[in-house]
Design a protein around this ligand. Structure first.
Ligand SMILES: *Cc1c(COP(=O)(O)O)cnc(C)c1O
Length: 374
């Protein structure tokens, strides 16, 4: 039976609606994960095909919209061949559905009636949608300047919206306070979310016939994919399913890059940084809650953190759009990072990256970005 564990070794039973320890420490989920590979061929192409490694009781019924098992396409961008996972194709338009389907399944299993979440975008959309499907009352705290299309999407799912004046940190503080009373479905705090995002890496390995890629280039905001991928690769490696753990390359916007700076200075944790404003708003996290975990994971994988400029983000968006794919500006930052990584590294081997979110929610921003052509 899996259980919650803090970094100080305190444990809690898994089926309790908590999201941190009594003293406010982060929780991780500890368990034994064994994937019955021989059974996978007959299962539907959703992320729930990895049911045995998702730490939720076997009698829980998934709160699912048939999400996951997104295509892994070979693309050539800026002269480099890379594999690009189509994570913009999720029901709510971003890979955050991976975390939301798992977290809401657990919440429903524990008979949670109402929850709070805070997000400036896609995590809120995903939690709102899956909470609606689960029949759970949902309140989302948002910074006052959140993109209108995303608010509309949350409202459509009947979420109650609480706009908070100030920055992203003020919003988190307001939600944190409300979480004294309600279940906190935070994609940063709640470790069930990471056991959903880890299916991203399970899928990559299965789609590559259980050969590890050499590097996986992912966004590094709050780190749900960095840490989810790290969990998955370790679980698969420990079971002898994959031959090695790929390098994890975390991408930040140069305008808000606390982890790139800490990585370069060989620090175990980041210093407080300011968000100087970037097109990649979805990864502009000045003070990532799990920052030290992200630094440790990327280093242990042999990977690195890279920063991309606003110019590189726009150029990558154009390259991708010129092949017909329509992605969020935030997603273009990760592609810019994959290109930068392949430009500076000799013999990269097989590189996998992703389109993290759909362009359809960001039309206004994309219009502005393209109008500013220089
Ligand atoms: C959330 C998000 C990211 C960044 O992910 P983190 O978990 O914050 O590191 C990147 N792209 C899109 C489209 C997102 O929604």
């Amino acid at each position: 039976m899996p259980f919650f564990l803090t970094s100080h070794g305190k444990s809690y039973p898994i089926n309790t609606p908590i999201w941190c320890s009594e003293s406010g420490e982060l929780l991780d989920i500890q368990g034994e994960f064994k994937l019955p590979i021989h059974l996978l061929a007959n299962r539907p192409p959703t992320l729930w095909r990895y049911r045995e490694v998702i730490p939720i009781s076997a009698d829980a019924v998934p709160v699912s919209m048939g999400e996951g098992f997104t295509p892994l396409l070979p693309l050539k961008l800026a002269g480099h061949r890379m594999w690009v996972k189509q994570e913009q194709l999720f029901p709510t338009g971003s890979y955050k559905d991976r975390g939301a389907t798992v977290l809401m399944t657990q919440a429903k299993y524990m008979r949670v009636r109402s929850l709070v979440q805070d997000s400036s975008g896609n995590a809120g959309c995903a939690i709102a949608a899956y909470a609606a499907l689960a029949g759970i009352d949902c309140r989302i705290f948002l910074p006052a300047d959140t993109a209108e299309a995303k608010i509309v999407q949350m409202c459509a799912a009947n979420a109650r919206i609480e706009r908070v004046e100030g920055n992203r940190e003020d919003t988190a503080a307001a939600a944190f306070k409300a979480a004294q009373t309600y279940y906190y479905a935070s994609h940063c705090w709640n470790p069930f979310f990471l056991h959903g995002t880890k299916t991203f890496a399970y899928e990559i390995c299965e789609q590559m016939n259980w050969q590890s890629p050499d590097a996986v280039v992912v966004p590094a905001g709050n780190g749900t994919l960095v840490l989810g991928a790290w969990l998955a690769f370790n679980e698969l490696y420990a079971q002898g399913v994959i031959p090695k753990i790929p390098k994890i390359i975390g991408i930040q916007a140069a305008q808000c890059a606390p982890l790139v700076e800490a990585y370069k200075s060989c620090l175990p944790r980041h210093n407080l940084t300011v968000n100087n404003g970037t097109l990649a708003e979805g990864i502009a996290i000045a003070d990532p809650l799990r920052g030290s975990e992200m630094l440790a994971a990327v280093r242990a994988s042999g990977g690195e953190f890279l920063a991309v400029s606003e110019k590189e983000i726009v150029e990558s968006f154009r390259l991708v759009a010129a092949q017909g794919f329509y992605i969020e500006p935030t997603s273009a930052a990760t592609i810019a990072g994959a290109i930068a990584y392949m430009n500076k590294t000799t013999d990269t081997g097989r590189v996998v990256t992703l389109f993290s979110g759909h362009g359809l929610k960001s039309g206004d921003k994309i219009l502005k970005m393209l109008a500013n052509r220089t």
